[in-house]
Design a protein around this ligand. Sequence first.
Ligand SMILES: Cc1ncc(COP(=O)(O)O)c(C=O)c1O
Length: 388
Amino acid sequence: MTSSQAASSARWVVPLVDVLVDDELRSLVDEVVDSGWWSMGPRVGEFEAAFAELTHTTHAFAVANGTAALHLALLAAGCGPGDEVILPSLNFVAAANAIGHTGATPVFCDIVGTDDLNLDPADLEAAVTPATKAVLLLHYGGFPCDIAAVRALAAERGLIVIEDAAHAPGASWHGEPCGSLGSVGCFSFFSNKNLPVGEGGMIVTDDDDLAERLRLLRSHGMTTLTWEKHRGHAASYDVVAQGFNYRLDEIRAAIGLRQLSRLPEENAQRRAIAATYRDRLADVEDISMPFGAVADGTTTAQHLFVLPRARLTSAPSPDRGNRSAHHHLAALRAHDGRAGRPRCPRPQRDAPGRLDTLREARRDQFSKRPLAVLLDDLAVELDSAALT
Ligand SMILES: Cc1ncc(COP(=O)(O)O)c(C=O)c1O
């Protein structure tokens, strides 16, 4: 380990990523390698079927990553130049990028506040214009957003609802799984996610027309997969759309299937660990802990445990030209190029008590597999000018 690696690893209090590697996982990967067929094939099909089951949907498409999932979902929904797509401002940059790549314009709406980091339905409504085509909502940190309000608005204004469920595999709203709450749902299997594969993503939908477009767009608009030809089930193919190569491979599908089987147990562990954090941090001054009261009927995937800075608790401004701190925070994330970079909690000379509390909380945790924690309070290097 170099000294800079040592210095940076010393700053971590709670790891952002901690994947479980065991012999079963290794043997599943070996099996694929030994099979001699590594590109999209039967394991991808199995992974898709299992994911459709998890999300209670009729179609699931495995793709190369969560950003590809968002891009394809937006394209399949018909988003393009001249359209506006509304997304919550507290977000990862992938959603705004994916919207931009379709030619549509990302339009940010605010979040509810520091207790609820999901989109504010009232601000969503205020952001709708005649050009609005879709809402790309996010279940922030694995907590389902207020889908009832979004659905009502979407029905009234003719909007397509796309879910960024990257944080929310296994989460649900009144028994309906996240990913199935709108027209099309997108997941990410990046290493820090609840279902870590390295890279990978999934798109789910009940809509047959969307499904057909997704199927074509994922693989160059080709009517037949190479796997079909490999098995001798097809001799040729046609190209009927301008698509992409956003396919997933067999090795990742095998890992994904294994991770999916562990998801319910691991999500339960995350919830239990979060409860421990909540308990141990209850007396710490100057922090707030969002999503304290999980909305009735919702099950969280508890992807993140977020501690916003106290100074972000200012009330949102009603003036759209001078948006709230939440908006600035997210706009910064979406556009400053640093968005989404893993944040290392670093000791703060003025707040040793907080770190000690966190260390203690971690020491006491009863699982080998820690919760991925976004320690905004200690870790995000915010430009204070952007928050005024
Ligand atoms: C909320 C959210 N959406 C989308 C993505 C993009 O997923 P991927 O990294 O798999 O492209 C991520 C993160 O990685 C994310 O956190």
